[in-house]
Design a protein around this ligand. Structure first.
Ligand SMILES: O=C(O)CCC(=O)C(=O)O
Length: 319
């Protein structure tokens, strides 16, 4: 790579020398900047940002598909996911396809999956939508079974929360691909109000089955990443009894005077007694960069005290 940089630099400089000094200087600076960026990208130090068009698409429609983003790593990621799901089943119930198996904190239970939060592709996509100081606030790992009806994941009117979803099997409209209703995240607009009022009971209000509600089907192959606004209505139909998927939930940083809103939102998502907010692997393998995205939730409340009344958490920890 160093050699490539050197050759590139020499060639561009040679071309530039043909014309005036000023141009030599500008090209020189541009090449140095490109070399600096390449080096940092190779070390994984720079988030790979979304384009302005992708951000605009997300803001307009409430979702985004990042085709092939993890295609080179997906085997490794799927193995880590399976290790968590298998470890969970050893401590709890075996998935028999009769209902969804959901492992809360799936990503936090695995060092490999936790490292996604350091990955320049995830950092770039999430920081493009949420700002550099976004909060990572949770994950789940699933063996889905059958249909998932229409719903949003949240209704925070003034604060952006997103879900990053990895589906681990090829899916299309015939076998359980996620569907989204474009624009349904735009709470407050009449269109979004009508969707909220009708699609969860589509037979009654619209005279159609949930699978017939006009929507964008997000076909995926493993390695694709889907991102959607929590307010976006989504569903899945015609799925098998073993659809594998995990998600990460993230949001914009909350200012100090709005932390109570975050506290009341998050309390509804914690369903077991925890002493620390994140799973063991997520905390123990975090460097100072990752910590930036964890620190708000870690200090948000006395988790032990606030969750004592809930059932004991099943902790999973795999490499
Ligand atoms: O894939 C599915 O069945 C639905 C996914 C979903 O509802 C979610 O992640 O919030």
């Amino acid at each position: 790579m160093q050699r490539f940089h050197h050759v590139m630099y020499k060639n561009v400089k040679a071309v530039a020398m043909e014309s005036d000094q000023n141009r030599v200087y500008l090209v020189h600076k541009a090449v140095l900047a490109a070399v600096f960026i390449c080096n940092n990208l190779m070390r994984g130090e720079f988030p790979i940002k979304l384009s302005q068009q992708q951000v605009e698409f997300f803001n307009t429609f409430g979702f985004l598909k990042l085709t092939g983003m993890f295609k080179d790593d997906i085997d490794d990621i799927t193995e880590a996911f399976e290790r968590v799901l298998q470890a969970y089943q050893e401590k709890s119930t075996i998935h028999d396809g009769s209902k969804r198996t959901m492992v809360g904190g799936c990503v936090d239970s695995s060092a490999r999956l936790s490292a996604l939060l350091d990955d320049p592709r995830i950092l770039g996509a999430c920081s493009s939508l949420l700002g550099d100081d976004f909060i990572y606030w949770g994950s789940d790992g699933n063996y889905y079974s059958g249909d998932t009806g229409w719903h949003p994941d949240g209704q925070e009117e003034n604060h952006l929360h997103i879900k990053v979803a990895f589906y681990l099997d090829p899916l299309d409209g015939t076998n359980g691909a996620l569907r989204v209703i474009p624009g349904s995240h735009r709470m407050g607009e009449q269109y979004a109000k009508d969707i909220k009022r009708t699609v969860m009971n589509s037979e009654q209000y619209l005279g159609i089955h949930g699978s017939e509600v006009p929507a964008q089907v997000l076909d995926v192959i493993p390695g694709d990443v889907l991102i959607f606004d929590h307010r976006t209505f989504h569903s899945a139909w015609n799925g098998s009894t073993l659809r594998r998927m995990f998600t990460m939930n993230l949001c914009r940083q909350y200012p100090e005077d709005k932390l109570d809103e975050l506290r009341s939102m998050i309390v509804n998502h914690v369903s077991s007694h925890i002493t620390e907010y994140y799973g063991i692997q997520m905390r123990e393998t975090a460097d100072s960069e990752r910590m930036k995205h964890l620190v708000t939730m870690l200090g948000l409340m006395d988790w032990d005290k606030q969750t004592k009344h809930l059932k004991e958490k099943i902790y999973i920890s795999v490499d």
